[in-house]
Design a protein around this ligand. Sequence first.
Ligand code: ADP
Length: 569
Amino acid sequence: MRQFTSRGLLAVVGMKASQVGRCCPQIKQFMIEVMDTTTTIEGVLQRRDKILVALTGASEVFLRGSLVTWQENVFQVIKDVGHRLDVGRVFVCKHNEVTAEHVITSLRYAWQATGDVTQMDVPGLQQIHFQEAGFGRWAGKLYEGGVVSGRGVQIPQHERTWFVSSDVQTLIVVPVFVEREWWGLVGFENYGLEGNWSEPEIEAFKTFGVLFGAAIRRKRMEESLQHEQQSVMQKIKQIEDLAKFTSEDPLPVMRVSYENVVFYANRAAQPLLDSKQVTVGGTVTGDWTELVERVREKQQSEEIDHEAAGQVYSLLFAYIPDEAYVNVYGREVTREREAAVIKTQFMAMASHQLRTPLTSLRWYSELVQQKLTEADAEVKEMVDIIHQTTVKLAELVDDLLSISRIERGKVELEIVQANLGELTREIVSDMKVQAQTKGLVFEVEVAPELQPFWFDPKLIREVIVNLVSNAIKYTPDGGRVQVRVTLGESQVLIEVEDSGMGISEGDKQKIFGRFFRSQRAVESGIDGTGLGLSVAKLIVEKCGGRIWFESEENVGTRFFVTLPYRKNL
Ligand code: ADP
């Protein structure tokens, strides 16, 4: 493009400038016009280049974000551009509202060649209603992505009085869009006095608007990134705080991998680590490894008591689904355990002491019963009550004794080879009368392939008697009680099923607790001590088995007991 200078053109037609005067008037006129045009082209290109250079400077400031604040960047850019282009004034307006009907804008940044003056605070230039202020022409053009430009006289009078200084020669205003939203505008006053702007110049100015939009977009992205960074930092802090939460926990917390490596231990867990002679990162040995293995295999948490530094801790080895470690939560229970021992000892002593007098009471009441004649009917009734009460008391004392003996390890298993099928049938036959009195269907079923095996028949009898007597007690007249003995691969399953009152959801957790009796059982006037199932659980677990149940209120209950099927000792 540079070759289209006036001299270049003369060279093309083979003339010198001085020769132009010697041409005929038409050619002379034509040549002058051509020379004018080419001079203008040259000027236009120079001016466009100036704009582009100014733009480069602006993009450096904007896109590198070299200054501290966005505001500083904008001032720097409009000042640079203003200087480089030799403009009288540069102003930037940001819209507050843009709708199809109206545009409301405010002057945000301004620079003047006479000095760095910002007019941001000028109240008259805030919240300007474009259409009402007579700038509808601007709104229409800029909204479409066009520019508003003109030389002094071409600018309508009312626009001049509003926005532009009175000595305005030229004005060019370009829109700023940010992601298709019309953000605002940038205007340049008193620039390029030589003539109307050419397309390249207008395009260059428009590019400035585009650059401004890109800078705002970048600023927004930076802000949202910063915001995200802040929220990430906040989350990290929360996580760190949470991590501190466990380290500050006064109760011991540890994490042990399935390879028995201690990943983590808080301060309170130190005595436990010391007792195991292990540090974080080290490997635990002994009973803990067996426990970790069991939790992993059974996918069930387990609790143990552990002694460390003269204290007793209850440790819960918690199963964590989908992870290759267990969390260990500790609780210091020294006093609790001491109290429990004292309680059991007291129970043992009290029930032992009660047993002898109760037995003699029972005997004597039976003796008196026998000695009484028909005539003593009233006395007999009273003695009957004494006898029944004594029997109940004796049963309670027996249960208490069983519990305390098992708990204190005073019960030795008497494992013999016995026939569980026969034992079950015997129990059922003994209890037939009770079932018949209530009109129950009472059935027993034993797997024919069940062979005699090694177990403690005395203790297991106690368990079955308790379950069957419960089934009878808690089933209304005319119901059904079924006892089944089946054979699994390595264990025997005893089932006692009834169609009775069932156990409510809320009671299910408490059923094996000592002295627990459901409200409904108590309200129905059914006798009981609330000890039978806790004794049964202690016995079954001592025998290496498991006890559990399924129940639905008003439908029935099914108790399950498993025992190891040991054919040989
Ligand atoms: P109890 O001497 O009261 O029967 P247990 O320990 O044997 O004591 O049972 C505890 C409680 O569990 C009972 O009081 C009763 O509320 C409930 N229960 C036990 N077995 C059954 C059953 N088969 N059906 C409904 N509730 C039962």
